[in-house]
Each structure stands twice: as structure tokens, then as C-alpha cells.
Design a protein around this ligand. Sequence first.
Ligand SMILES: NC(=O)c1ccc[n+]([C@@H]2O[C@H](COP(=O)([O-])OP(=O)(O)OC[C@H]3O[C@@H](n4cnc5c(N)ncnc54)[C@H](OP(=O)(O)O)[C@@H]3O)[C@@H](O)[C@H]2O)c1
Length: 238
Amino acid sequence: MNVLVTGSSSGIGETIARTLVEAGHQVVLMARCADRIVSLAKELNGEGAVCAQAVPGDVSIWADCARAVDSGLQSFGQLDALVNSAGTWVDAPFIEVEPDEIQDFIQTDVTGAAQISRAILPALQKGARGRIIHINGLQGFIRQRPPVLYAAVESAVRGLCESLRWEAASYGVHVGLITLGSVANTEPATPEPSVLHQEGKRYRLSRSEVTSAVLFMLLQPTGVNVDEIILTPLGQGW
Ligand SMILES: NC(=O)c1ccc[n+]([C@@H]2O[C@H](COP(=O)([O-])OP(=O)(O)OC[C@H]3O[C@@H](n4cnc5c(N)ncnc54)[C@H](OP(=O)(O)O)[C@@H]3O)[C@@H](O)[C@H]2O)c1
């Protein structure tokens, strides 16, 4: 499978890209930090055939989205899936948020999600078994409390996926949403469950646990759509 992974310079997106390559798939790495994705591609490619192509870019810029898709098509001949893990966040109370923070958050998480989906759709339509997966957060459900901008942005991504799922099905493209509770900010080199626990209570997911859910969704047979996976650490309040 040839997969465009946005937000692959760090965090969940990087773990997804690494795991896909380890499992024998090809990836297009997209994020703004060129150094990080270029060195990740170099590491993943090693001495062998090219399985990772780095395309530095910003999902909020249409030309960058189009370039990532074109580069993937040139390198691998076809694209089978998008995993959109590019995202940012603003945790401050809404009354303290700066206008440029509002713009950045919406441009990256909402405009970016729509643009990268739109850019890859024609390529996925040609394969007639393509998949689009967006990584999102729980705040798209729990809108009755802060953080306010999360509620706005994650609701918008949820709306994009739920509506696009119907349109894209008509040309054979599957659309799914991975909705996450809290994810640990560090990933132990050897996954160590105790790192994710505190006083006997589970309080974070690991990136590899999130990646397992993404692979499950990606590897479904053609014609089977897993609409959504909601993944939370046991006991996380909504
Ligand atoms: N971590 C959690 O607890 C959690 C919970 C729920 C949902 N999520 C969602 O999961 C996704 C990934 O989160 P994470 O924890 O992996 O965060 P992260 O470690 O900060 O990674 C975010 C990635 O997005 C990229 N990015 C940011 N803005 C971009 C832009 N405009 N264009 C292209 N790439 C951009 C960043 O790379 P560059 O800076 O190099 O561009 C980075 O690779 C986000 O959408 C987040 O909202 C996370």
C-alpha cells in the first residue's frame, strides 16, 4: 500500500509512518519541518529501495497539498490512502486566545484536513479502493465544555468525514475517523505499559496503540468501511 501520512515529522504521524514501512508499505511523509522528514525518510529507506519519500509542506497551503500528492504519484505510481495526522492545538481559555492562534488552528486542522482530502481524492478514485483516515479528538463530541477551539475544530473535522464518507463511497473511496482520548507525548523505545499508568490507573494511550487502530482501518477488505474508531484510555472521562 502507498500511503500519504501528514504530520509525520513527529508524534502519532511519525509512529504511523514508521510502522507502515516496517510492515512493508510505502509512505509519503508530509510536514513543515523539512529536516525531520528528510532524515526520517533517509533512515527508513536505509540502503534498500525507496519506501519513504519526504515532501516538506503545509497542509493549510493548497499548492503544498497538490505537490505532496504529485510527488507520491511520481515516486510510487499510485496512492492508496491518506492518513491525516497533521494538527496543532491551543489550550488557553478562549478569552485569552490571540487572533493569529485562532487562524493557525483552523487553517491547519480544518482547512488542512479539507485540502489534503480534496487533493488526494482523484488519485484514490482511480484506484477504486482508496482510504482516507483523519485523526481527531474527543472534543468533537463533548462540546459542552472547554477548550472551546478544540470543540469547534474537531466538530468541523467530524462533519467533513461524516459527509465525505457518503460522497466518496459513490466512487469507491472509504473514509474513516480515528477519535482519540489522551495520548502520551513520549513513546518508550520498547513499549512499556507501566509508563502509561499512574497509581494503578491508565491515563494515556501510547502512539503504537493508536497506530494499531489506524492499521486495522487501513487493512480492511475493499468495500468494508470502518466508519470510526473511538480510542480512550480506560476510565478517561468524556
Ligand atoms: N496527542 C493527543 O493526546 C491527541 C489527542 C487527540 C487527538 N490528537 C490529534 O492527533 C494529531 C497528531 O497529534 P500529535 O500528538 O502527534 O501531535 P504532534 O506530535 O505535535 O504532531 C503534529 C504533527 O503535525 C504537523 N503539522 C502541524 N501543523 C502542520 C501544517 N500546517 N502542515 C503540515 N503539518 C503540520 C507537525 O509537523 P511540523 O511542525 O513539522 O509541520 C507534526 O508532525 C493531531 O491532529 C491532534 O489534534 C492528539
